[in-house]
Design a protein around this ligand. Structure first.
Ligand SMILES: Cc1cc2nc3c(=O)[nH]c(=O)nc-3n(C[C@H](O)[C@H](O)[C@H](O)COP(=O)(O)OP(=O)(O)OC[C@H]3O[C@@H](n4cnc5c(N)ncnc54)[C@H](O)[C@@H]3O)c2cc1C
Length: 398
């Protein structure tokens, strides 16, 4: 029988994460939204030195739970509930690490684990997007040319989350996707590990953003950037571009879980403000007897639950080592949709209070908008879903 009851271990980890959110995130969330490009070092150091002792999932190789990915979804949801920008600042493998574990060989995966076991706070980042290609990732122009026992990388990568943290604040990794042969299409697109001291890599700009303003998003320039031959992830016969898609299969539920956290934070705040006005939601009442406000809240609760169920289905497949492309895209497309609608409705229902900076709601509305943009926009995820359900190839349906 399917059980949706969480184990005691997940409940304990959720409780701890909630305390972290309440004590280390919420009190400073507004400050870091107002001071983009300042980094929340107190939170980062707390997680690296203390938080990881309890949240062992954040340190690769230390996972103690039999369903680590499912556990991670609950942690992400709770940190997203605290503040999604802070989730993006977490010193743990995140998107770059997923690229390494999805594409790398054992030696490369061990390098990642060792780095995260060192004393120095560490991040990873992944650079796919370029000025002319975001959704159409197969059109990458960044070049990788073999020269003796090195690869030489040239190109410009945009909107790279945690590039500053990986290359300046820590001895982290940047996974750069580049083509070894522009005439060969997808087949020639490969992932390369670029380290902090690699010659020819530099951050040329930090973006100013609508939301997630506590998180750094940078432009990365690669000018004759030389990396050792063994920094090609998975080697010459590695999964290549298919590996990028595999990375997204794991990364999309991660982002969707954070989005569910933002939506739940909104609903919690709405219910709290309504309760302060003496308004209680009468769950279970026939719909025709509910007030319009009650119907709005109940609909939002239902939409959030639907999104969350898709997230945990996609996550459960990862833990079972089964394909989850369809469920992963569904979780991301659904959450992108509901978090946008719920945060906007929240601002609407609270009126001027929602629009003001007296609460974090207007910020959550800005933060939540990203769920439908990065790691595959809503439209791209719907294309993936349609292809898989209808049996079309990428060429047939684009
Ligand atoms: C805060 C932030 C962080 C990011 N972090 C990273 C990162 O760490 N690494 C990284 O590589 N990138 C990152 N990105 C980039 C992000 O992944 C891209 O912005 C995203 O993939 C969309 O690409 P684009 O912006 O070029 O939009 P486009 O691809 O140009 O899309 C524009 C619009 O057209 C729609 N569209 C495009 N193609 C189709 C189609 N075939 N059918 C229907 N509609 C379509 C899209 O859905 C969208 O609405 C980040 C972006 C942001 C804003």
């Amino acid at each position: 029988m399917i059980s949706f009851e969480n184990s005691q271990y997940i409940k304990d980890q959720q409780k701890y994460t909630e305390t972290v959110a309440l004590e280390h995130i919420r009190p400073v969330a507004r400050y870091f939204d107002d001071h983009e490009h300042e980094e929340p070092w107190d939170f980062i150091n707390f997680i690296w030195n203390e938080g990881r002792k309890t949240l062992k999932n954040l340190a690769p190789g230390e996972e103690t739970f039999e369903e680590p990915f499912m556990l991670q979804m609950h942690i992400n949801e709770m940190i997203g509930w605290g503040d999604m920008g802070f989730y993006m600042c977490l010193p743990y493998p995140s998107l770059g690490g997923t690229a390494i574990t999805s594409n790398g060989n054992e030696a490369q995966k061990n390098r990642l684990i060792e780095r995260f076991r060192s004393d120095k706070v560490t991040w990873t980042a992944m650079a796919l997007t370029e000025s002319h290609c975001g959704s159409d990732a197969g059109a990458i122009r960044a070049r990788a040319v073999q020269d003796g026992d090195s690869w030489v990388l040239n190109g410009e990568k945009l909107f790279v989350t945690n590039a500053r943290k990986s290359l300046i604040d820590s001895d982290g990794f940047l996974v750069v996707w580049a083509t070894t042969d522009p005439s060969a299409g997808y087949k020639a697109i490969k992932p390369f590990l670029v380290e902090k001291d690699a010659p020819g890599v530099k951050i040329s700009k930090l973006e100013d953003k609508l939301g997630l303003r506590s998180s750094d998003t940078a432009v990365v320039l690669l000018e004759d950037c030389r990396v050792p031959f063994e920094n090609l992830l998975g080697g010459v016969d590695g999964p290549g571009f298919k590996g990028a898609m595999k990375t997204f299969d794991e990364a999309r539920p991660v982002i969707a879980a954070c989005g569910c956290g933002i939506a739940r934070a909104t609903l919690d705040l709405l219910k709290e403000k309504l309760a302060e006005e003496g308004i209680k939601i009468r769950y279970g009442l026939p719909r025709n007897l509910m007030t319009s406000l009650e119907r709005d809240i109940v609909d939002m609760d239902a939409q959030l639950n639907a999104a969350w169920l898709l997230v945990i289905k996609a996550a459960s497949l990862v833990d079972q080592k089964k394909p989850n492309t369809l469920e992963s895209s569904m979780s991301k497309a659904k959450t992108g949709d509901i978090v946008t609608r719920i945060t906007q409705k929240g601002v609407e229902l609270l009126g001027a209070l929602g629009y003001s900076k007296k609460t974090l709601l207007e910020k959550w509305m800005r933060d939540g908008r990203i769920i439908d943009i990065f790691e595959g926009t809503g439209e791209i995820n719907r294309l993936v879903i349609a292809r898989l359900i209808l049996g079309y190839s990428g060429k047939d349906l684009r």
